[in-house]
Write a protein that binds this ligand. Sequence first.
Ligand code: FAD
Ligand code: MLT
Ligand code: ZN
Length: 476
Amino acid sequence: KPSPAAAPDRLPFSTVTQEDLAFFSKILPGRTVTDPDLLESSNVDWLKSVRGSSEVLLRPQTREEVSQILRYCNGRNLAVNPQGGNTGLVGGSVPVYDEIILSTALMNKILSFDSISGILTCQAGCVLENLSLYLEERDYIMPLDLGAKGSCQIGGNVATNAGGLRLLRYGSLRGTVLGLEVVLADGQVLDCLAMLRKDNTGYDLKQLFIGSEGTLGVITAVSILCPRKPKSVNVVFLGCENFEQLLKTFKLCRGMLGEILSAFEFLDSECMRLLNTHLKLPNPISDCPFYVVIETSGSNPTHDGEKLHEFLEEAMTSSLVTDGTVATEDTKIKALWSMRERITEALIHDGFVYKYDISIPVERIYQLVTDMREHLGGRAKSVVGYGHVGDGNLHLNITSPVKDPALLAAIEPFVYEWTASCKGSISAEHGLGLKKRNYIYYSKPSQVVAMMGDIKAMMDPKGILNPYKTLPDNLK
Ligand code: FAD
Ligand code: MLT
Ligand code: ZN
C-alpha cells in the first residue's frame, strides 16, 4: 500500500520535445538549461528527501518571459514546477516527474523603495538576505527572518507564507505583503502590485497566492511593508529546568518586555546535543533540559537595557531560569542566534529527517515530543523539539540512520491524529507540498478542501502548475 505521502501516478501531461526546447531557447537564449549536471541540484530538495527527473530548467528575467513560458506550456499541456531558492521543507519545490522547472533566480531586481513609508517593491527572485542588507543600509529591515535567508527568495517566502523568527513581532506575510504581481497558468499577468497600506476595493486577491505553493500562479514581484531598523537589539540565551518553567518565563517575558519583545524561541537538550556533535557549536551556558532565545528590539538602548535587566532579575530570583547569557554586540548576537537557526542544518547531519511543523495551543506544544518519544521507544535515532513558542509552533523532528519506512509508519498518522485531537494545524508554516497534501483533512473540513479544488480548477483548468502538490490526490 503506497504511503499517502508518495506521489500519485504521473498525470497525462505532454513530454518536452525538441520543438519545445527550440521555442524556449528562442525566448530565453542561454537561459534554457538541459545539462543533467546543472539540473541535478534543482531536481533534489534541500532535505535530500525527494527527487524529480526534470530535463529542462528555465531561467526567465522578466514577467513577460514568465508569461510567454506559461502561455506556451498551457497550450502544450506541459507541467511546470515554480522554484525559488529550493529551501522548502515539504517536497513542494522540486518536480515529481519531468515537470519543467521555472526558476526565479534571475528575477532579482529591486524595483523601488520608499524611505518614508518603508514599502519595498522587488522581483520575486531576490534573496531574502540581500533584501535585508539593502534595507539595513537605509535604516530598515525585512519583516521576516529565517535560517534559510542566504538562499530563500522573497517569492518562495510568499508562496509558502513563511513564518520565521520575527513573526511574533511583525506578524505574518498576510499582513505585511501589500501587493503581488502574478502570472497565471494561461500566461495572463495579474497586477495586484498595490503599494498601499489600505485598500478595500473588493476581494483581496493577492491573499490567494500567499501560501499557495506555486499551484495557482507564478509570483513575479512583491511589495512589502518593512519596519524601521531597531536602534537597540539584545539577545538573551537562557536555560530552564522544565517546559512548565519555560512557559512561565514566556508569560513573564510578555508582561515585562511587551513592546520590545521581538522573538521568543526554544530548543531542547537533544537539539543542543546535535549542535555540539555535528556543528561543533558549544553550549554558551551550562547544560539544561530546555533553552530559550529571547530577542528585544527597541529604539532606546538605556530603556531596553533596564527593562531586560529587571526581567532577568525576576526570572532568576523566581527560579524560572537556571542560567543565562546576554548579548548586545553583533558577533555575540549572531553566535547566540546560531544555536537556534542552525538546528535544521545539524539535523541533516544526524541522518534521514522526518520533519513536522505543528501549531497547537502553546501549553501543549512539548507534550507531543514527549508522547512521540514514548510511542517510538528506541526506534528513532533522535527525537527533538524546537520552535517558535511565541507563535504556538512546534518543530518536532525525528531522525533515523537511513530512510526507514517502518519508522515512518510508526510516526504517521500518529502525529497527525495527535495534532487533530487538540484542533491543531498539521502545517503551521512550511506548507503541504508533496509530503503532506493527503493529510490536509486532519486540519481542514472537506467542504473547505473541496472549495480549494474549485479555485484550482478555475485558475488552472489543465492543472499544469505544480501538480501533485498541496491539494490532496482525491481532488485531482
Ligand atoms: P522554494 O523552496 O524554491 O519553493 C517553495 C514553494 O514555493 C514551492 O512549492 C514552489 O513551487 C513555490 N514557489 C517558489 N517560488 C515561487 C514563485 N515565485 N511563485 C510561485 N510559487 C513559488 N520556513 C518558515 O516558514 N519558517 C522558518 O523559520 C523557516 N526556516 C527555514 C530554515 C532552513 C535552514 C530551511 C532550509 C528552510 C526553512 N524554512 C522556513 C522553509 C521555507 O519554506 C523556506 O525557507 C522558504 O520560505 C522557501 O523559499 P524558497 O525561495 O527557497 O522557495
Ligand atoms: C525553523 O524554525 O528553524 C524552521 O522552520 C526550519 C525547521 O523547521 O527546521
Ligand atoms: Zn520554523
